[in-house]
Design a protein around this ligand. Structure first.
Ligand code: 3H9
Length: 655
C-alpha cells in the first residue's frame, strides 16, 4: 500500500485500484486552505494515473467535514476556493464516492453532493446550517440539493439549517446507502462498480419542478420565524432560482449572494456568537482541575423553577431527589415534573420507554436527610434570604462533606448564603432561567470562596444538562439581571423624556427582540417588581432619578395582561395602546416639569443599547464578567436580544 500526502491535512493511499483520500484537519475537518489544496492535488493524482479507477473521500475522527473554515471568513481568500474544488470533484472523469464517517455540514455536504455517490455510517448527519451563521451555502448547495431531493424539501433544509439524521437523509435521497461497518471497504467496492457505469453528476440532474403554491407556503412558514433576517430569505430565493435557470447561472447567483451575506453585519454578528459560545465555558484558572462526579442531584423546592430543573436533569440521565416542605407539596412537585415529561411523550418528542426510564430516576421527599445520596443539591425555593439561609444550614448538616450546594437565587447575595454553611467552599450559584428545561442559559456564579473544583463541577454539570454556561461573579442580579435593570431604567427615563411605551416596543421589535419591553412587563405581571420597589423605597437615594409611572399603574390595579390592563389595555385579550396610560404618563411628566421631546426609533434604540453596553462595561471593570462576548451570550439567550445583532457589547463597541 503506497501512502501519499497531498497536503498537510489530506493524505491518500491506493487500495484495490482506488485512491482513498482522507482528510485529517482536526477538530472538525473544516475545508481550510490546505484541505482544498490537498483535494485538488488528489484529483490531479488520480487523473495522471490510468491504473486508478476512482476515488473514495473520507476523514479521520467522527466528523466527515464540519464545513468551510469559519475562521477564514474575515481573511483574504486563498485559492483554490471551495466552489472550484467542488466543481472539480463533480467534473472528475472517474467516480468519486463520499464515505461519510460522521457529520457532513455546510461546505462538507456540498463536497459530498458533488461526489458521484454517498455512503454513510448510521451515526452520520447532514445539514446545510449556513443560515445559522447568517450565510447561505456558497459551494453549490442551493443549486445541487434541490436537483437531488426537490425544491420544497431542499428549501426547508437550507432556509432552516436543520440537521437530518442518516436514515432520513437516505429516504430523502441525499445518501445512497447506509453501511454499518467497513465504510472504506464498501466505498471502494462501490467506486469500482461505478467505474463501469456512466457517472451520475448531481449538477447534471434536471432542475426540479416548482410547485409554486407548496413552495410559497413552506417558505412563508420558515420566514415567519426568521424575524427579518436576510440569509433565510436569500436561501429561499436561490432555491427557487435553481428551478428556473441553468446550473452555471444559479451557481454564479449563489456565489454573489454568499459573498454579500458573508461581508454583511448579520453574518459577522452570528459568527461572533458562534465563537462566543465556544469560548464561554473556558476558564483559564480551571485548566487541569477535574470536576467532581455528579450522578444524583437534589432539588430543594419543587415549584415551577425546581421542577423545570428536575426535568432537565432527568432528561440527561441524572437521578433526581426532589425536596419540598410537606409530603403534599413534594407529591405535587412530582406531579408537575411527570406532567412535563408526559407532554413530551404526547407530542412525540419522547418515547414511552425513555419517559418511564426518566420517571424511574425520580423520587421526592419532605425529609432533609433523604438528600444524603445527592452529589449536588440545587435550591430553588422562594427568593428570600432568611428562607435560603435556613435551608442551607439544614442541608449543610445532612449532606456528605464532598457534596456541592448550589443556590438558584436571582437577586440575593450568594456569599451571604454560603456564609451560613460550615463549608462555604462547596457553595456556588447556578442561576437557571425559566422554564429551566427549555431555556439554554445558565449563569454559573463564582462566590467569594467557591473552590475551583466546585466551579469546574458547575460548568461540567451545565454541559451535561446541554446548557450554555456563562461564569459570573457576585453582584446584585449577576450579569443578566444587572444589565436588564439598566436597560429597564433607561426605558423608563425615555418614557418620562417623551417616548411612549408602544414606540419603544415597536423600536425593539423592529430591531429583532421577539417582544417589546413593556409588552413583556405586562405578560409577566407588574406586581412582583412593585413589591420589590416598595421594599427598597426606604433605602433609595432621594437624589437618584426615580420614575414613578409603574407604581402609579399598579396603584390603579393595572397589573398587566392577566388583569386585562397594564402598560397596555387588553380588550378581548389583544394588546392595545391605552389613552388612559398616555394621560397618566403626561401628567407624571408635568409634575416633574419635564418638556417631552420626540424620539425616532433609532434614537430610542441608541439610548437603550448604550445603557446595556455601559452597564456591561462596568461589569467587566468590576471583574464580574470575564469577557464582552459572555455578556452578549447572556443577553441573547436570557433576554431575547436578537442573535443576528450579536449582543449589546458587539453592537456598541467602545460604548
Ligand atoms: C460553510 O460551510 C460555507 C460554505 O457553504 C461555503 C464556503 C464557500 N470552522 O462546536 P465545538 C471549531 S459555513 C472553523 O465545540 P462539537 C470550534 O470553534 C460552515 N472552526 O465541537 C471549536 O474550536 P475551539 C458551516 C470550527 O463537537 C472546535 O471546532 N458549518 C468550525 O460540539 C470544536 O467545536 C457549520 O456551521 C468551522 N466550520 O460540535 C458547522 N466548526 O476548540 C459549525 C467548529 O478552538 N460547527 N469549529 O473552541 C458546528 O456546528 C460544531 O462545531 C460541530 C462540532 C457540530 C461540527
Amino acid at each position: 500500500m503506497t501512502r501519499l500526502s497531498f497536503s498537510d491535512t489530506v493524505k491518500g493511499e491506493e487500495r484495490d485500484g482506488i485512491l482513498v483520500v482522507t482528510i485529517a484537519n482536526p477538530p472538525v475537518n473544516a475545508t481550510s486552505a490546505s484541505v482544498r489544496a490537498g483535494l485538488m492535488a488528489a484529483l490531479a493524482h488520480s487523473s495522471d494515473r490510468p491504473h486508478l479507477a476512482g476515488l473514495v473521500l473520507t476523514s479521520t475522527g467522527t466528523t466527515f467535514i464540519g464545513g468551510a473554515d469559519i475562521r477564514e471568513f474575515g481573511l483574504p481568500p486563498v485559492e483554490p476556493i471551495l466552489p472550484v474544488v467542488v466543481e472539480a470533484i463533480e467534473a472528475h472523469d472517474k467516480p468519486v464516492v463520499a464515505a461519510l464517517n460522521g457529520a457532513a455540514l455546510g461546505g462538507g455536504l456540498e463536497v459530498a453532493l458533488a461526489c458521484h455517490a454517498r455512503l454513510a455510517l448510521p451515526s452520520a448527519v447532514v445539514a446545510l446550517p449556513e443560515v445559522k451563521l447568517g450565510l447561505l451555502p456558497g459551494a453549490g448547495g442551493t443549486q445541487r440539493l434541490p436537483r437531488l431531493i426537490g425544491a420544497v424539501e431542499a428549501m426547508e433544509m437550507i432556509a432552516s439549517g436543520r440537521t437530518v439524521k442518516a436514515g432520513d437523509a437516505q429516504s430523502h435521497g441525499i445518501l445512497d446507502d447506509i453501511v454499518e461497518q467497513d465504510l472504506a471497504t464498501q466505498a471502494i467496492a462501490l467506486a469500482r462498480t461505478l467505474a463501469e457505469q456512466e457517472l451520475r453528476r448531481t449538477g447534471d440532474l434536471a432542475p426540479p419542478a416548482l410547485d409554486t403554491s407548496a413552495f410559497d407556503e413552506a417558505a412563508a412558514k420558515i420566514l415567519a420565524k426568521a424575524r427579518g433576517q436576510k440569509a433565510p430569505a436569500e436561501a429561499v430565493r436561490l432555491v427557487r432560482l435553481a428551478c428556473e435557470i441553468p446550473l452555471p447561472d444559479g451557481l454564479a447567483a449563489e456565489r454573489q449572494a454568499f459573498l454579500s451575506l458573508r461581508d454583511g453585519s448579520e453574518s459577522k454578528a452570528l459568527r461572533h456568537v458562534f465563537f462566543a459560545e465556544r469560548e464561554a465555558g473556558k476558564v483559564a484558572a480551571l485548566a487541569g482541575i477535574a470536576p467532581r462526579p455528579i450522578e444524583t442531584i437534589g432539588i430543594a423546592g419543587l415549584g415551577l423553577m425546581g421542577s423545570g430543573i428536575a426535568v432537565a436533569a432527568l432528561g440527561v440521565g441524572l437521578t433526581v431527589i426532589g425536596l419540598d416542605q410537606t409530603p403534599e407539596a413534594a407529591a405535587k412537585g412530582r406531579e408537575r415534573i411527570v406532567g412535563v415529561i408526559e407532554k413530551s411523550v404526547a407530542s412525540g418528542r419522547l418515547s414511552r420507554a425513555a419517559a418511564d426510564a426518566q420517571v424511574s430516576r425520580l423520587s421526592v421527599t419532605a425529609t432533609d436527610a433523604d438528600l444524603t445520596a445527592a452529589d449536588l443539591v440545587i435550591e430553588a425555593v422562594f427568593d428570600d434570604l432568611a428562607v435560603k439561609i435556613d435551608l442551607f444550614r439544614r442541608l449543610d448538616a445532612v449532606l456528605r462533606p464532598d457534596a456541592i450546594l448550589a443556590t438558584n437565587t436571582s437577586y440575593l447575595d450568594p456569599d451571604a448564603i454560603a456564609a451560613a454553611t460550615a463549608i462555604p467552599e462547596r457553595v456556588l450559584g447556578l442561576h437557571f432561567f425559566s422554564p429551566a428545561h427549555i431555556m439554554r442559559l445558565l449563569e454559573v456564579v463564582r462566590c467569594a470562596r467557591t473552590a475551583p473544583d466546585v466551579l469546574a463541577t458547575g460548568l461540567a454539570l451545565a454541559k451535561r444538562l446541554k446548557k450554555l454556561a456563562v461564569v459570573t461573579g457576585v453582584t446584585e442580579g449577576f450579569i443578566g439581571n444587572r444589565i436588564f435593570s439598566a436597560y429597564r431604567r433607561e426605558a423608563e427615563f425615555l418614557i418620562e423624556d417623551g417616548a411612549l411605551p408602544h414606540e419603544i416596543d415597536a423600536a425593539l421589535e423592529a430591531f429583532g427582540f421577539p417582544m417589546g419591553l413593556f409588552a413583556v412587563y405586562d405578560m409577566a405581571g407588574l406586581e412582583i417588581a412593585w413589591a420589590r420597589r416598595k421594599r427598597q423605597a426606604a433605602t433609595r437615594d432621594p437624589a437618584e432619578r426615580y420614575v414613578p409611572i409603574a407604581d402609579r399603574l399598579c396603584e390603579l390595579g393595572r397589573f398587566g395582561q392577566k388583569a386585562g390592563r397594564g402598560w397596555y389595555a387588553y380588550p378581548d385579550g389583544k394588546r392595545q395602546v391605552d389613552p388612559e396610560v398616555t394621560t397618566l404618563i403626561e401628567s407624571c411628566r408635568t409634575e416633574k416639569g419635564i418638556t417631552p421631546q420626540s424620539f425616532s426609533s433609532d434614537e430610542i434604540l441608541a439610548r437603550l443599547l448604550s445603557a446595556m453596553a455601559l452597564e456591561g462595561r462596568a461589569l467587566l471593570t468590576e471583574g464580574i464578567a470575564a469577557r464582552e462576548s459572555d455578556i452578549d451570550l447572556v443577553m441573547i439567550n436570557g433576554y431575547g436580544f436578537p442573535a443576528h445583532k450579536g449582543g449589546p457589547m458587539f453592537w456598541s463597541p467602545g460604548a
